[in-house]
Design a protein around this ligand. Structure first.
Ligand code: SF4
Length: 53
């Protein structure tokens, strides 16, 4: 199966995968935050985040 690759710009500079405003994780997972049905970007979160910086 073909793998879809995208560039992820990120401003979470305390994440282990963050470098110079970009994400360097092999893949990321984003899920709803505080709701089952997100309607705004505030209602999403990067689940792949791990502290590292
Ligand atoms: S894993 Fe998520 S929080 Fe961490 S750098 Fe990538 S997009 Fe940002």
């Amino acid at each position: 199966m073909e793998t879809k690759r995208i560039t992820v710009k990120c401003g979470v500079d305390t994440c282990n995968f963050y470098e110079n405003n970009y994400c360097y994780a092999n893949s990321i997972e984003v899920n709803p935050q505080g709701t089952d049905k997100s309607r705004t970007s505030d209602e999403t979160q990067c689940t792949t985040f791990i502290p590292g910086k």
